[in-house]
Design a protein around this ligand. Structure first.
Ligand code: SAM
Length: 388
């Protein structure tokens, strides 16, 4: 039996394999069944994101580990139970899985973390039905899934994530000709009337460049708004040519005309790479993170199991801030750790395989030499002692 006393004795700081013991990152070469209770004793309640990317139980034998077990649910359950004591109240847990153990993963996570804390299931499109797969009968599996849970849904405050729209949103088809005039004098005209008879892509580019004056009308959801707002909507219906501006404490102003809301294109615009782009809220289907071309990412090969750095960057952006602690008890080739180092997060990582030394350590030394100082920004390595 592993008690707290024995777990403390199991882990020994290995200065030779550490890149710098003054650095914030902690890596354990060992089994997370033992390492998680040890982390919990030392770092209780401080993790902001736990990313769990367990073996998928595909039945395959990889160079680094065998991906077959009859006890998948028990093993995963122990890992998740070991993770919970480390979490902050506002933490997020993301479980990365494919179709093989999706149902087991969901049922374990619902039990351990609570169904009410399940925030989303993201479908992550990782490949396409091309090549030999295209000849399969039946459907081709091209997706992984991210099971996203809050430690406590009431305390959960993820950041707003957006994605660039691939096409202009033609609902925004009206320009305010005289935006500098008082709203009561505003003249509403079509995009073509305002910009001239341009081809559609040019018209879209002009609209984005002039987003401050481009709008759409949208019917408000009468039942979903408060009594005061309902009264203004009715008033606006009675005076259809007048523009009303309704100030709402804690919310953005509401603009009304003819009983309809006026929505401004400027609220859908952001700057990316020095360019104004049209964005929309991210949905729970992610198709924009390529898995192709990552075989050599981070300078390491980890056949089939490596996840894209872009995926980790999105998760970190979504639910963490600079300085937050991220736990990865299935470190694999060290993707989570590398991206944490690049983005100023602190990583606690655990990996039991021999690839800890052949893949993770060299990858992180390389990463740190690119983005930081090996001694002060580096990682400590703790080795699990056998037989303690
Ligand atoms: C799918 S891979 C993780 C891949 C990783 N996200 C990446 O991008 O490289 C799963 C990893 O979990 C490790 N693992 C499985 N069970 C473990 C355990 N009980 N303790 C520590 N590591 C474990 C395996 O050795 C393997 O490297």
């Amino acid at each position: 039996m592993d008690g707290p006393a024995s777990t403390a004795a199991r882990f020994r700081l290995d200065r030779k394999r550490s890149s710098g013991t003054r650095g914030p990152h902690v890596l354990v070469h060992g089994d997370h069944r033992h390492a998680l209770p040890w982390f919990a004793k030392t770092f209780d309640g401080r993790v902001k994101l736990a990313y769990l990317d367990p073996p998928f139980n595909t039945g395959r034998a990889f160079r680094e580990y065998s991906d077959t077990t009859d006890e998948w649910a028990d093993e995963f359950s122990r890992c998740l139970e070991g993770t919970v004591p480390l979490l902050r109240e506002d933490a997020t847990v993301v479980i990365h899985i494919d179709e093989h153990e999706l149902v087991n993963a969901l049922s374990v996570a619902d039990r351990v973390l609570g169904r009410k804390n399940r925030a989303s299931i993201v479908t992550l499109v990782r490949s396409a039905a091309t090549g030999h797969k295209a000849r399969n009968r039946g459907v081709v599996n091209v997706a992984d899934y991210l099971l996203v849970y809050a430690a406590n849904r009431k305390a959960w405050r993820p950041n707003m994530l957006t994605q660039t729209r691939s096409e202009y949103d033609w609902a925004y088809g009206t320009a305010i000709e005289n935006i500098d005039a008082a709203p009561s004098k505003w003249q509403f005209v079509t995009l073509r009337a305002y910009f001239g008879a341009l081809p559609r892509d040019e018209l879209a580019a002009r609209a984005i460049a002039n987003a401050e004056r481009i709008i759409r009308f949208a019917q408000p959801r009468f039942d979903a708004v408060g009594k005061r707002t309902q009264e203004w909507i009715l008033r606006s219906q009675k005076n259809p040519t007048r523009v009303y501006r309704l100030e709402r404490p804690g919310y953005s102003d509401m603009w009304l005309r003819g009983g309809n809301r006026i929505l401004f294109l400027r609220d859908k615009i952001t700057e990316r790479g020095g360019k104004r782009v049209l964005v929309e809220p991210l949905t729970n289907v992610w198709t924009d993170i390529p898995f192709q071309g990552i075989a050599r990412e981070g300078g390491v090969r980890f056949e089939r199991n490596k996840k894209p750095e872009r995926l980790m960057a999105r998760l970190l952006e979504w639910v963490t801030s600079a300085g937050d602690i991220v736990l990865d008890p299935y470190l694999g080739s060290g993707t989570t750790a590398a991206v944490c180092m690049k983005m100023g997060r602190v990583v606690y990582g655990i990996e039991r395989g021999a690839h800890f030394d052949s893949l993770i350590a060299p990858r992180l030394v390389r990463t740190l030499s690119e983005v930081g100082d090996l001694r002060t920004d580096g990682f400590s390595v703790y080795e699990e002692q056998s037989g303690t």
